[in-house]
Design a protein around this ligand. Structure first.
Ligand SMILES: [Zn+2]
Length: 293
């Protein structure tokens, strides 16, 4: 009897050791209970939080107030990716994240740009897919599939939350569609080429001062071109981004007799509310600028 008990204890100990460091009930086990998802920047943090709910810890690699295009990662952030369960990123959008994924997480990364149809922007493939709520819904579905594969016990919860988010994004799409359907103008002048998907989805025409990255400085020639375009099309509003200096937009607005107003590309978290409420604010700004019924 004693021998049998000893053998059972021994077997149990071996089994526990075989499970590795998680068997001691320490931090690893608690963290292991929830998936950790690392995301490149805000819109995918929003989606991961909504689809993952309480079952997922979301780590946003772009700190609050940071500009995601030219993100730099600390060595700790890069090393941390080897521990994370999934990285959600956009290949080509944040070179530092591309590199870190290649080094640390090549086998556990979801490139959102592989899940939706892409457009060509000023000087390459346009990564700003999240500004079309329908595409963002598609990405939510792809993320739910990935999470379900990683944690099959919670697959139903991930799929249900993704469906709820898709319904909410579908409603937002309907509001944008009807809100922008009868406007006096369709032309929007923006700081960088971020709104191509939004423009494409709702019949607008975007002209941007800079290219796909806000770092591309608008040349004097480009400024003159856009000023002429704005005057010819009766543009009343020059849009700029909340995270960038309004200086260029304000001087262009003065030159053409327009107003400089914020249109958020949602590259960082909004100060209040979330993606959906910030897009509703964007809709109001567009309706005023374009004289919509
Ligand atoms: Zn951008």
């Amino acid at each position: 009897m004693h021998l049998k008990t000893a053998a059972t204890v021994l077997t149990a100990t071996l089994l526990l050791s075989a499970c590795g460091g998680t068997a001691d009930g320490g931090d690893a086990e608690q963290a292991g209970d929830r998936l950790e998802v690392s995301v490149g920047f805000y819109p995918y943090a929003f989606v991961a939080e909504r689809v993952g709910g309480p079952d997922v810890d979301v780590v946003n690699l772009t700190k609050p107030g940071g500009e995601p295009h030219d993100l730099e990662l600390t060595p700790q952030q890069v090393a941390g990716l080897s521990e994370t369960d999934l990285v959600v990123y956009s290949e080509g959008f944040q070179p530092a994240v591309d590199e870190a994924v290649e080094q640390q997480a090549a086998d556990k990364a979801l490139d959102v740009l592989t899940t939706v149809e892409l457009r060509e922007g000023e000087g390459g493939q346009d990564p700003h897919v999240w500004l079309d709520p329908v595409r963002l819904g598609t990405i939510a579905g792809a993320l739910a599939d990935e999470l379900a594969e990683l944690d099959p016990d919670r697959a139903d919860a991930f799929q249900e939350r993704a469906a709820a988010l898709q319904a909410e994004l579908g409603e937002l799409d309907g509001e944008l569609r009807s809100g922008l359907s009868s406007c006096a103008r369709q032309e929007i002048v923006t700081s960088h080429d971020a709104f191509g998907y939004l423009a494409g989805a709702y019949g607008l025409e975007q002209v941007s001062l800079a290219g796909l990255s806000p770092d591309d400085e608008a040349s004097p020639g480009r400024l003159a071109e856009v000023a002429t375009y704005a005057q010819e099309n009766g543009v009343t509003t020059i849009f700029f981004e909340e995270t960038a200096s309004p200086r260029v937009a304000e001087s262009l607005a003065r030159e053409v007799g327009a107003e400089a107003v914020v249109l958020s590309p949602l590259e960082g978290a909004p100060e209040t509310g979330d993606y959906v409420s910030a897009m509703r604010t964007n809709l109001q700004s567009l309706q005023t600028a374009l004289d919509c019924a």
